[in-house]
Design a binder for this molecule. Structure first.
Ligand code: NDP
Length: 387
């Protein structure tokens, strides 16, 4: 255990990652302390979390929802902040040591940006931030002496395996993918899948957006782009293998041919905790691997024809510039369209491809340009849905 309590602010505490983070903190023997929590729509759950974890600040990200909400259940000691400005104020507080970036989608960018600007350690679950603005975000972290520690299980696995050798000796990384619920579906079957089927992931229990991303394998595309910027790898050093059991969370191959992997049952508490305790390792409340019971670990190459998102991920990682922000926003809008019944499952990736092909590419965009293109790409998907 560490000699000092670490103070944590959780952006998106009511989501799947947010709740798992609270489980880790609850099991930490008071070595981890919650100082700030944020939510968007689940404000009653936010109050409940605040009663249990006693943070100094809570933030309601949407001021309109906040003003319509009855705050009588809010603990008196917790100061209520509002909107993006509230999140940005929270992460910059000197009392905050680590910010867990667990808001879903590009809505997570501004809080992560503010935390890095304040020089904080960011435990990054919100991969969309790096997909949108990887070079800008990494540069910001360097300028402000901030650290980004991966929470995504594949990136946490790579991060851990990288510690076994020198960076210049890394040949490639291999990200594992469960393959999602439709791994064996034909193209005709994929065209028929329902929202309920897409939301039933075989190995991971996650929020709805990333669950649909896993089913289309866009999640792996986003992870290829995330890995490219986070680990400063060339896109052709990043490969994907399908591993349906989700036990091996990724591999690193070194130049001598040694391949290192990190294994554990599929549960986010372990990668979350490692980001919070790094470089220390503590007892963790996640399930443990039982090697005394027979099991098999299968690996197969991904089918790039049935799951074209992976190719899109490599392409966007190669071109960089504005492509990541456009792909990310188009995907968010297309997934929302699918969940809302306006788009079929097999239209999600073609919608992203179409918007990407029709955007005016810039190699070195400003953050303002990326935000402008994020809005534009969402409108384009809406137009695509209506035509
Ligand atoms: P959830 O949908 O479960 O939770 C999302 C969180 O973000 C909620 O707290 C939600 O608040 C909040 N939120 C949503 N929209 C906004 C907004 N506009 N402004 C501020 N807050 C908002 O998502 P997950 O926990 O599954 O995923 C979170 C992030 O972590 C994603 O980027 C995902 O890709 C990544 N990730 C998730 C994994 C997982 O196992 N779940 C694994 C690896 C990465 P509210 O609920 O109050 O509306």
């Amino acid at each position: 255990m560490s000699d000092r309590v670490r103070n944590i602010a959780i952006l998106g505490s009511t989501g799947s990652i947010g709740r798992s983070t609270l489980d880790v903190i609850a099991a930490s023997n008071q070595q981890l302390r919650v100082v700030g929590l944020t939510a968007n729509s689940r404000l009653a759950q936010l109050c409940e979390q605040a009663r249990q974890f006693q943070p100094t600040w809570i933030v309601a990200a949407n001021p309109d929802r906040a003003s319509a909400f009855n705050w009588s259940a809010k603990p008196a000691h917790a100061e209520l902040l509002l909107g993006s400005a509230g999140i940005e104020a929270l992460v910059a507080r000197p009392e905050v040591d680590i910010v867990v970036a667990a808001i879903v989608g590009s809505a997570g960018l501004s809080g992560t940006w503010a935390a890095l600007e304040a020089g904080k350690t960011v435990a990054l679950a919100n991969k969309e931030t790096l997909v949108m603005a990887g070079p800008q975000v990494m540069q910001l972290a360097r300028e402000h002496g901030a650290k980004i520690l991966p929470v995504d299980s594949e990136h946490s696995a790579v991060f851990q395996a990288l510690e076994a050798g020198r960076r210049r000796d890394v040949k490639r990384i291999i990200l594992t993918a469960s393959g999602g619920p439709f791994r064996r579906h034909t193209v005709a079957q994929l065209a028929q899948v329902s929202v309920a089927e897409a939301l039933a992931h075989p190995t991971w229990d996650m929020g709805p957006k990333i669950t649909v991303d896993s089913a289309t394998m866009m999640n792996k595309a986003l992870e290829i782009i995330e890995a490219r910027w986070l680990f400063d790898l060339e896109p052709d050093q990043i490969e994907v293998v399908v591993h349906p059991q989700s036990i091996v969370h990724s591999f690193v191959e070194f130049r001598d041919g040694s391949v290192l992997a990190q294994l554990s049952p599929p549960d986010m508490k372990l990668p979350i905790q490692y980001a919070l305790t790094y470089p220390e390792r503590w007892d963790c409340p996640s399930p443990k691997l039982d090697l005394a019971t027979a099991m098999s670990l299968d690996f197969e190459p991904p089918d790039l024809d049935r799951f074209p998102a992976i190719g899109l991920g490599h392409e966007v990682a190669r071109v960089g510039g504005t492509a990541g922000a456009v792909l990310n926003a188009a995907n968010e809008a297309a997934v929302a369209g699918f969940l809302g019944g306006q788009l079929s499952f097999t239209e999600i990736v073609p919608a992203c491809r179409s918007v990407l092909d029709n955007h005016q590419f810039e190699a070195s965009p400003t953050l303002e340009k990326l935000i402008e293109l994020d809005n534009w790409a969402r409108q384009e998907v809406t137009r695509w849905v209506c035509t």
